[in-house]
Design a protein around this ligand. Structure first.
Ligand code: GRF
Length: 198
């Protein structure tokens, strides 16, 4: 990775334990032209920060006021030459400045089959509980571009799993995590290819 101009630098935004971030970091560890260059979190005690530290990836803890009423860290990201943003369990809605600074260059993963079971407040176990309550026979993951509405942009990829009548939210969460861990990094690679037109 000597020629830094041909390397796409990705920032992963995450608020939680970061199991997806870990998989993403592992997937791109020795990649030719994609580098996970930054982990961004709104929670100073998020598990994902330890994952970044262990992998020797710089992290940035963001502060609410600056994110929503400042410039949403756009300057910081551009200064670090971040070219693509991945939301992997990031719980704040992105401010418009950030979406405009990265048009078609931000993707999110949602733990259900959008357009069902998405939107404000639909994250983590709330999603799985809603899926079970609705007696869905299937759930899955959706990877989509990010626009100004929660869980709304164009879907790039979905994968499905069966919801058994006996499934609890915890059992379903495990199935969904397995799908996320298998598919997210390869789909990031595809989306990145589209923006750099390789
Ligand atoms: C994932 O289930 C993802 O779909 C959701 O947040 C969760 C993050 O999990 N948006 P982890 O922190 O990567 O384990």
């Amino acid at each position: 990775m000597d020629d830094t101009s041909s390397v796409l630098l990705i920032a992963v935004f995450a608020s939680g334990t970061g199991s997806n971030t870990k998989k993403i970091i592992e997937h791109f560890k020795d990649h030719d032209w994609i580098k996970i260059a930054l982990v961004v979190s709104n929670k100073p005690d998020a598990g994902v920060l330890k994952i970044a530290e262990d992998a020797q990836i710089p992290s940035l803890i963001i502060e609410k006021e600056h994110f929503f009423r400042g410039n949403a860290y756009v300057d910081e990201l551009l200064n670090r030459k971040i070219g693509f943003i991945v939301l992997a369990g990031f719980l704040w809605k992105l401010p418009i400045q950030l979406i405009r600074a990265y048009p078609g260059k931000i993707i999110n993963i949602h733990p259900a089959l959008l357009p069902k079971h998405g939107g404000k407040g639909m994250y983590g176990h709330f999603v799985h509980e809603a899926v079970i309550k609705a007696r869905e026979k299937q759930s899955g993951i959706s990877i989509h571009y990010v626009d100004e509405q929660y869980d709304h942009g164009k879907v790039i990829f979905q994968a499905k799993c069966t919801v058994e009548k006996t499934d609890t939210a915890e059992i379903l969460a495990d199935k969904i995590h397995a799908l996320e861990h298998a598919h997210f990094a390869p789909v990031i690679e595809l989306a990145a290819q589209n923006i750099v037109k390789r």
